[in-house]
Design a binder for this molecule. Sequence first.
Ligand SMILES: *Cc1c(COP(=O)(O)O)cnc(C)c1O
Length: 444
Amino acid sequence: MTNNNNRNKNNNENNIEKSEESLLIRQAAEIMPGGVNSPVRAFRAVDMEPVIIKRASGSKIYDYNNTEYIDYVMSYGPMLLGHADKRVVDAVKKASENGFSFGATTENEIVLAKLINRHFPSIEMLRLVNSGTEAVMSAIRLARGYTGKEKIIKFEGCYHGHSDSMLVKAGSGALTTSVPSSAGITKCTSEDTLVASYNDIDSVKNLFLKNNGRIAAVIIEPVAANMGVVLPDEGFLKSLFELTHGNNALIIFDEVITGFRVSMGGAQELFELKPDITCLGKIIGGGLPIGAFGGKKDIMEYLSPIGPVYQAGTLSGNPICVAAGIATLKAIEDDDAVSKANEAARYLVNNLTVELKKFQDNITINSISSLLTIFFKKGNINNFHDVMETNTEQFKKFFGIIINKGLFTAPSQYEAMFLSSAHSKDDLDQTIIVITKAVEQVFN
Ligand SMILES: *Cc1c(COP(=O)(O)O)cnc(C)c1O
């Protein structure tokens, strides 16, 4: 492990607290695998000690020593309004006083479902679940049940949560073979998920040809944000729709990140496309655990108890999460938070593009709306293969510098930076200075 002591350089007087944080990190590692409840939090990709977070507010997050960071992780997407927005906090407090979970329908579930439907007209009916993973897992079962077919096409570099059938990658050699990307996934499971290349419609065509009549659905992040930000080429999604529907398969948009972010109505509103099934999560819970999947009525009515596809959840539609979701979506509407976060990102990207011009042979910034990734690589980054050519050593050095200067970003080259409506001009100006200096340091 690299020494990370100067991470808290503003707090050098607090050596006692610092050693308390180190102690916590050690304790975490003894009781939780890797010291974390989700792998990226372990900071392995950057060879550093992880942070222990104490609290967050607006655009700022504070570690165990109360060192302040401008936050661009934003819980990996949910916090479009920034942290601890008062309206959401109040809604959660109020809901919690009326009980935590009932095992029966509440009025607020209908309110949230209608709010989602208003912005996503393709979601005629929906089910609330507890995570993005669960939304995708359920959507895939539904697609299989509805079409009576077994195989699913996904794209290399897209992340759809950690259900078995989604933990699959392209095998080496022929594109027709896929292999598990995790231990513990059976060969049978991985064989039913086919892997295509993002922005490569021919790779999808080939899979349809070789698996004629056996494909239930194609699932895609309409803007890929889990290999860093990778945008769909002009026309790619439209071609994908035509190809998929031409083969009597369903198209599933995984909008767990893009929903209520790239536009209120997600990427489907932005690109004017109507997927058969949509998966949501993250922002619709405002930081509390939630997910949703929905789509055409006749597809959704395949779910039990009225249809043959089983799906359930003890805590699904949990009243606290639903209250947080409603308050979040309403506040996003009231504040025009999507536009605000977009403007913040545009300001950041425009300024960084100018400041980093002399490094244009080393760095590429991909961005859309309030998502961006600074890739350590020259030129177009269009798919997983391009992303894999980034220089992760340079990223590692860069990350080590910026976290010490008070920027909290994902400790991995393969993640997005998430802007929020809470990021101020001061935050952004400071960020531009820190990033510019850090890049100069990486390359001198
Ligand atoms: C985060 C994410 C998921 C998984 O959601 P969880 O709530 O972490 O289970 C699925 N799809 C996409 C596109 C995501 O970004």
